[in-house]
Design a binder for this molecule. Structure first.
Ligand code: FAD
Length: 117
């Protein structure tokens, strides 16, 4: 199966942007419920991501590197390092995770996060 490389890359870019922006909006001091929401999100995401090959790889990575949910910082650095593992596999350059904050601005103003109180 050949697939469509352009569409797969486009989906990947949009998804990574969403995922990184989401972890960067996660609370500095999440409640146990918020932590569980983020943790289960990533497992459910890994079962539903439309590129099957990508989803299978991501599930393997979750087994080895379970989601880190103790704070915005740990969650965003965890996701950045997973994305870097994917980058390495695809022979893409490593991203400097210290530049996350300046790279991802959701334009959402000052509210803490999506629908979290
Ligand atoms: P992308 O990797 O899409 O990154 C987009 C932008 O994010 C970059 O330009 C850069 O500004 C920034 N960025 C790069 N690295 C990081 C990082 N570590 N942290 C934060 N920001 C970063 N494709 C496959 O062919 N095979 C796969 O198995 C596969 N698995 C995937 C699994 C997941 C969960 C996802 C979301 C995507 C997967 N993809 C896979 C798609 C692939 O990762 C890329 O999205 C796609 O190849 C387009 O690459 P790109 O060079 O445009 O940059």
């Amino acid at each position: 199966k050949l697939g469509n490389a352009t569409a797969k890359a486009e989906l990947g870019r949009a998804t990574w942007r969403f995922l990184h922006t989401m972890t960067l909006r996660f609370p500095d001091k999440p409640t146990p419920d918020e932590r569980e929401t983020l943790r289960s999100f990533f497992y459910l995401f890994s079962q539903l991501y439309p590129c099957g090959e990508c989803a299978a790889h991501f599930q393997k990575m979750l087994e080895k590197y379970p989601p880190q949910t103790s704070s915005r910082k740990t969650a965003s650095l965890w996701l950045c390092s997973l994305h870097n593992i994917v980058n390495a596999r695809l022979e893409k350059p490593e991203f400097d995770c210290l530049t996350l904050d300046s790279t991802y601005d959701c334009g959402c103003g000052n509210e803490t996060s999506s629908a979290l109180p």
